[in-house]
Design a protein around this ligand. Structure first.
Ligand code: ACO
Length: 329
């Protein structure tokens, strides 16, 4: 990476998360779905997930996560001039969840919009916010991942309904001057990719323009598993190369939390030591765009992630879409 003086960096100022009140264990699911705790744990590592009640929505969970991130960043409503909410489960087709959160938090300036890249949404949102902040056009961003995937589950389809959960997480990113080296705090590099030929492997079978319904999630689990393990490491390898860093220098690997076996296989492929891998899939299930900020928040709260640590986030989602970002916390 070439040295540049006074390069703007998107520095993490605060992290927050929110979960619905109701926790549903695998044992509870056994009562309504033809499944077992043993099957779910063995295939995925998931032991429980949180399911939103009627009064808990993508915008209310996202606002709660954002409020905590702002408090930890020491920010008031007047300090935020960009809000990006990654979600595939908006409260309404429009307006965006981001504008609902903007109103809820009393933020009246700047710009707010949603971004949809399914499970990779949070990585795409961090990359997008980073472009705004490092261009100098905006100063402080709320980057949110918030989902209520329970609302698009076919609860008669045991191959999908046991895998997902609801929740939200958020980061406050602030534009700060760096030296342009990989020792700077902030987002060091982001790598995004997508390939629309894989639509049929993971999709929702409804929408405003086709069925006028929200639809249900459909997935060819084995195909998604194969693609995830086979392809997602390309963006990580590219991110390390561009930043002039290696997997050995990583302090924390915080991947999308879909399945313990995908996480372990990806870490192993890159030679990342198991003790550096942050895993929350066992507690939250797959919360799509919310899974990475929920995991970042957990590792921040238990004291693992500290200022100066090198963190890689990575995810793959429907489309397919996939990406990685290297962040010096
Ligand atoms: N409980 C009990 N049995 C089940 C369940 C269940 N919930 N679901 C499926 N089974 C049965 C199947 O019917 C099948 O039975 P059969 O052999 O009698 O036909 C058997 O279990 C094996 O099913 P497979 O689909 O072959 O199971 P597999 O080992 O592939 O695991 C899983 C399925 C967990 C979905 C896996 O393929 C996977 O993790 N895929 C990745 C998908 C993923 O994580 N997607 C998340 C969204 S995308 C993303 O975020 C990356």
């Amino acid at each position: 990476m070439t040295q540049q003086t006074n390069k703007l960096r998107s520095v993490v100022k605060g992290v927050g998360a929110a979960l619905p009140r109701r926790c549903v264990t695998n044992r509870e699911l056994e009562k309504t779905v033809d499944t077992s705790d043993e099957w779910i744990v063995q295939r995925t590592g998931i032991t429980q997930r949180y399911i939103a009640d009627k009064d808990e929505t993508t915008s209310s969970l996202g606002a709660a996560a954002a409020r905590l991130a702002m408090a930890r960043a020491g920010c008031g409503p007047e300090d935020i001039d960009l809000i990006i909410c990654a979600t595939s489960t908006p409260d309404l087709t429009f307006p965006s969840v981001a504008t609902m959160i903007q109103a809820e938090l009393g933020i009246h300036g700047g710009v707010a919009f949603d971004l949809q890249a399914v499970c990779a949404g949070f990585v795409f949102a961090v990359a997008t916010a980073d472009k705004f902040l490092t261009s100098g056009s905006h100063r402080r961003a709320l980057v949110i991942g918030s989902e209520t995937f329970s609302r698009i589950m076919d609860w008669n389809d045991r191959t999908t309904c046991v895998l997902f959960g609801d929740g939200a997480g958020a980061l406050v990113l602030e534009a700060q001057s760096g030296r342009g080296s990989n020792a700077d705090r902030g987002v060091l590099t982001t790598k995004l990719r997508s390939d629309g030929r894989h639509r049929s492997k993971l999709f929702v079978d409804g929408g405003p323009s086709t069925t006028q319904t929200a639809g249900f999630l459909r997935m060819e689990g084995k195909e998604v598993f194969r693609f995830a393990v086979g392809h997602v490491t390309d963006v990580m390898t590219d991110a390390f190369a561009e930043a002039g860093l290696t997997a050995e220098e990583l302090d924390w690997f915080v991947p999308h939390q879909a399945n313990q076996r995908i996480i372990d296989a990806s870490a192993q492929k890159l030679g990342i030591a198991p003790q550096k891998v942050v895993k929350t899939v066992q507690w939250h299930g797959n919360t799509s765009a919310a899974s990475i900020p929920l995991a970042l928040n957990a590792a921040f709260e238990d004291g693992r992630i500290k200022p100066g640590d090198l963190v890689m986030i990575e995810a793959i989602g429907g489309g397919f879409t996939w990406g990685a970002a290297l962040i010096r916390w």
